[in-house]
Write a protein that binds this ligand. Structure first.
Ligand code: ZN
Length: 61
């Protein structure tokens, strides 16, 4: 098992190899693609914001 090859997505919690890093956290391609559409899905938008805040709180605590 190569732990460097996969990152655990903070949104869906699944190990993925393709995605983006935000503040040392990882978001997979699928969730990133969903984030593009969150402007029309307010509930999901707030969910993502909540997750981002959690990251910032953890990183800046
Ligand atoms: Zn994901």
């Amino acid at each position: 098992m190569d732990e460097l090859a996969e990152n655990t997505c903070i949104i869906c919690g699944e190990p993925k190899s393709e995605g983006i890093h935000i503040v040392s956290e990882f978001i997979c391609d699928a969730c990133e693609a969903e984030m593009v559409h969150t402007d029309v899905q307010e509930a999901k938008y707030h969910f993502f914001i909540h997750r981002m805040r959690q990251i910032w709180v953890e990183k800046n605590a």
